[in-house]
Design a protein around this ligand. Structure first.
Ligand code: ADP
Ligand code: MG
Length: 292
């Protein structure tokens, strides 16, 4: 493509809310063979809401929510915001938390009123040897419903499962179909559990997904496919997507996402819609053909 047609392409893309940082990424975009899509906040809206509170061992639902929300008020994870928002709606007054600790990819710990609290996924419960056998069936049922179940333990005893749902963006299914129609192989990547990931992938028509990915491992999924000769696009919104966005042949940030993701990406989709991906590919193809 001539420098002039690249300029025209970048301008044309900008009109549809696609901000392209450099001419090279515009030219690579139409050559992408594999597109890796983050789940939370990229395919889904990224604002999970509490849907279910299942208690065990005669626990009281309000007490559970009060404890968990107190603990999560120190976390900035979207899951934490779902919990604290729910507690606020219920008018629950939160307690002070001591020894707060966020464990990457697993959950949070701390102590409230002298009780040691754990809240997070099964891996967190396993780490602290909390028995969850009574709850696994219900957790599985919630996950097959595309909800994310989280376990709450106090003094190493399971007290509840709290599930959240993060709705799929209204136009994700259609946008994903457009990419598949262009022959691009799609892979969904998430730190969420396998059953939930599978349910979401199915809803949006993606066959290939990788769940329970630790934040530091997202970039490895990109390099692995590049080593295989794929031209890899990566689309994400989170801090934990940033290294993968930088490593990809073309990194696409969701404009409503974190600043770190935007800074690490080559292209920003200002509208937050995945339609921006197929649109960017169309502009890229036209640019290479010198079509104005
Ligand atoms: P993602 O953003 O894709 O969900 P993370 O690595 O941030 O990936 O989280 C992976 C999993 O760890 C979550 O699905 C959740 O089960 C658990 N987790 C992480 N942070 C928290 C938190 N603050 N509260 C509860 N669970 C958490
Ligand atoms: Mg995300």
């Amino acid at each position: 493509a001539t420098p002039m047609s690249v300029m025209v392409g970048i301008g044309k893309a900008a009109e549809s809310g696609i901000l392209i940082r450099n001419g090279e990424s515009l030219q690579t975009t139409s050559k992408i063979t594999t597109m890796i899509l983050d789940k939370t906040g990229t395919i889904t809206q990224g604002t999970p809401q509490v849907t279910d509170v299942v208690t065990f061992n005669n626990s009281d639902e309000n007490t559970v929510m009060q404890r968990v929300a107190s603990l999560e008020s120190s976390s900035e994870h979207p899951l934490a915001e779902a919990i604290t928002g729910h507690a606020k709606k219920q008018g629950l007054a939160l307690s002070k938390v001591a020894d707060f600790n966020a464990i990457t990819g697993k959950g949070v710990t701390g102590s409230v009123d002298g009780q040691t609290l754990l809240f997070g996924n099964k891996a967190l419960m396993d780490k602290y040897n909390v028995a969850v056998d009574d709850a696994t069936e219900q957790a599985q049922a919630l996950a097959s419903d595309a909800k994310t179940p989280m376990y709450f333990a106090s003094n190493n005893k399971l007290h509840a499962i709290i599930a959240v749902a993060d709705p799929i963006k209204e136009d994700s299914v259609e946008a994903i179909k457009r990419l598949q129609d262009k022959g691009i192989h799609l892979v969904m990547l998430t730190g969420d559990n396998k059953a939930t990931a599978q349910a979401v992938a199915k809803q949006v028509g993606i066959d290939d997904f990788i769940a329970e990915v630790m934040p530091d491992d997202k970039v490895n999924e990109v390099t692995k496919r590049q080593a295989n000769g794929e031209i890899v696009g990566m689309t994400g919104d989170g801090i934990n997507d940033a290294p993968a966005l930088a490593q990809a042949d073309v990194g696409f940030a969701i404009g409503t996402g974190t600043d770190v993701a935007i800074e690490s990406a080559d292209i920003t989709l200002m509208r937050g819609s995945l339609h921006g991906l197929a649109d960017a590919i169309a502009v890229s193809s036209a640019t290479i053909l010198n079509i104005k």
